[in-house]
Design a protein around this ligand. Structure first.
Ligand code: FES
Length: 606
């Protein structure tokens, strides 16, 4: 995609963005806020900038808000200014500096939610001023810079609320939707919810939209789990049983509503003051949440029914926020790089910084993003269940009794077991550690083959090498063997992820030395030992201090989109900015995979 250069005065900030980007977004991508109350919809008239050099066409919205003289002087609405070539423009200072909130990943977010509360003291109607209630409220909101759509449920109550409140009311807007008119001044109470719908876990955070602080957080297992552990098995269920799709939708909405009850109770807040929900999740989870058939996601050419950001009434889904509140789904990049990854990219600021960063979400499906402010690539890699303990003889989820860390130094096996219990099995992070430690202890070669005890008779751990069902194995604990087959499973999972990483690095023409950071996302990413991830070649050989766990980046991104319409707009734009790479279409994919299942030579990674 052709890039154009934009220079912002008087800040002297320069950026290069894809052709077709608006001036408003280009400014925001480099952290330069432009005045706005409508969030870039062309309805507030506040985002004026003056074009000093280059061409920006005049749009009908420009004509609505700007005089002929202003237009002739080069003034334009930044949100309407679609860039077709290099531009230099002047940005006036903000009229008021919004509050800011610092989010989990140390990103600074301007507190400008999509939910606006506007206190209005209206003139009561008279015989001389007999405008309708809608005209009256619309005019008052337009005078404040808000264009609105008034829906029937709000209209039904409007005459009564206005009159019982003596025409002293607060209008509540979600974007351009008027979702409530409340008696008196309620501007100091406003909440929203950020939800990350994971295949395994759902997390809801109630945010105070007046302060940017979290008012309550709750998480629970996605109640869809009995329908299948992963997205493919859940989609398969919807093909096998006619009622399954409706049932899956009902179940996940039940999980979300259960979490809402919890956060409301914890914060002493009710649904009637919670006006908006922002949802992140993988594409399948979003399809199932809406009750949309997801079958096409599971078969080539892997097409989702929708990728775009959807703005829906909460009532249509039966989600318990304000009855006229809105649900905003973040967009997906592709069938297997969903809105959770979009939110993660947003949370880490990956597309804003000049430094090159690699973002990896390790799971059954590995999602990989590589890039910086200039160019961003993404791909998905089916790693299979090994990282979650699946297909591993003693594999288990990260629960009490699971080995989560292994050290094989000084001839001793030291285990870190969840819940301080006797070891019952091994979870994904323990598996990565165990294999890395076997490599370092000289008990596993680069091809992934465990040595035989007779090859290392003097090794202090030689007695742990056993034969199990005709297969070599290493005994981590009496009942927890790590078999040759387990190691092969892990190799193929990590091979899938590193094939994806290598493919993206090759397209960008970069090496590990060019990587500023490797970001490990998701709960699994939090528990992986970075040094072990490097030893097994799950991530490129960068210094360990550059491998950073970023936790639930999807949840953080959803919160940011809730608190800041600018962040939300940027997240929406990622659909256009991120280039999706389909791995299975890559030439030499099979050879690359076979190479990637090998472990790196130790001198490269220690
Ligand atoms: S008109 Fe509101 S941001 Fe452009």
């Amino acid at each position: 995609m052709r890039k154009v250069e934009v220079t912002f005065r008087p800040h002297d900030k320069v950026t290069r963005v894809p052709e077709g980007t608006t001036l408003f977004n280009a400014a925001h991508w480099i952290g330069l806020p432009i005045e706005s109350t409508c969030g870039g919809r062309g309805t507030c008239g506040k985002c004026r900038v003056r074009v000093l050099a280059g061409e920006v066409e005049i749009t009908p919205a420009d004509r609505r808000w700007l005089s002929e003289e202003e237009l002739a002087e080069g003034w334009r609405l930044a949100c309407e200014s679609v860039l077709a070539g290099d531009v230099e423009c002047f940005v006036p200072a903000l009229m008021r500096v919004p509050k800011a909130a610092t989010m989990g990943l140390s990103r600074f977010v301007l507190l400008e939610p999509n939910v606006h509360k506007v206190h209005l003291v209206l003139d009561p109607p008279t015989l001389e001023d007999a405008r309708s209630d809608v005209e009256r409220i619309r005019a008052a909101l337009e005078a404040e810079g808000y264009g609105v759509r008034i829906e029937l449920p709000v209209l039904r109550h409007l005459p009564i609320v206005l009159r019982t409140a003596g025409f002293d009311v607060t209008a509540v807007l979600c974007g351009e939707h008027l979702v409530a008119v409340e008696p008196g001044d309620t501007t100091d109470v406003s909440y929203g919810v950020a939800v990350d719908v994971g295949t395994t876990t759902v997390v809801a955070t109630l945010m105070d939209l007046t302060t940017g602080a979290a008012a309550g957080v709750a998480s629970n297992l996605n109640a869809q789990a009995p329908f299948g552990a992963d997205v493919i098995s859940r989609i398969a269920r919807t093909r096998m049983e006619e009622t399954a799709a409706a049932e899956l939708q009902r179940t996940v909405i039940g999980t979300i509503n259960g979490l809402l009850e919890e956060v409301y109770a914890a914060a002493g807040v009710g649904p009637e003051r919670t006006y908006e929900m922002v949802v992140a999740g993988n594409a399948t989870m979003l399809h199932l949440l809406l009750g949309v058939d997801a079958h096409a996601i599971s078969v080539a050419p892997f097409v989702p029914a929708f990728r775009e950001p959807l703005d829906l009434p909460a009532a249509a889904l039966g989600i318990r926020i304000h009855p006229e509140g809105r649900i905003q789904l973040l967009p997906s990049i592709g069938a297997y790089v969903g809105a959770d990854i979009v939110a993660g990219i947003q949370a880490t600021g990956l597309t804003r910084e000049p430094e090159l960063r690699l973002f990896v979400d390790v799971g059954t499906n590995g999602e990989i993003v590589l890039g910086n402010a200039d160019r961003v690539l993404a791909t998905a890699s089916p790693a299979g269940p090994a990282f979650e303990g699946g297909h591993i003889r003693a594999g288990m989820r990260a629960a009490d009794g699971a080995i989560e860390g292994v050290s094989l130094t000084e001839g001793e096996v030291r285990l870190q077991v969840i819940g301080d219990a006797e070891p019952r099995g091994i979870c994904g992070s323990g598996l990565i550690d165990a294999v890395a430690q076997l490599r370092l202890a000289g008990l596993l070669d680069a091809s992934g083959r465990l040595v035989a005890p007779e090859q290392v008779p003097d090794h202090p751990l030689a007695d742990r090498l056993v034969e199990l069902d005709g297969m070599r194995a290493f005994l981590l604990a009496p009942d927890v063997p790590l078999t040759q087959r387990d190691i092969r499973e892990l190799q193929s999972a990590k091979g899938a992820i590193s094939t994806g990483i290598n493919a993206l690095m090759e397209i960008l023409g970069v090496t590990a030395a060019d990587l500023h950071q490797v970001l490990l996302a998701g709960s699994f990413g939090t528990y992986i030992n970075p040094a072990s991830a490097r030893v097994i070649g799950l991530v490129p050989p960068v210094p360990v201090d550059r491998i950073v766990a970023v936790g639930n980046a999807a949840g953080e991104g959803a919160k940011m989109a809730l608190l800041s319409f600018r962040e939300r707009e940027m997240a929406f734009d990622l659909i256009r900015r991120v280039e999706y790479v389909e791995l299975s279409g890559q030439e030499g994919f099979n050879e690359a995979f076979l190479q990637a299942v090998r472990f790196p030579e130790l001198e490269e990674v220690t």
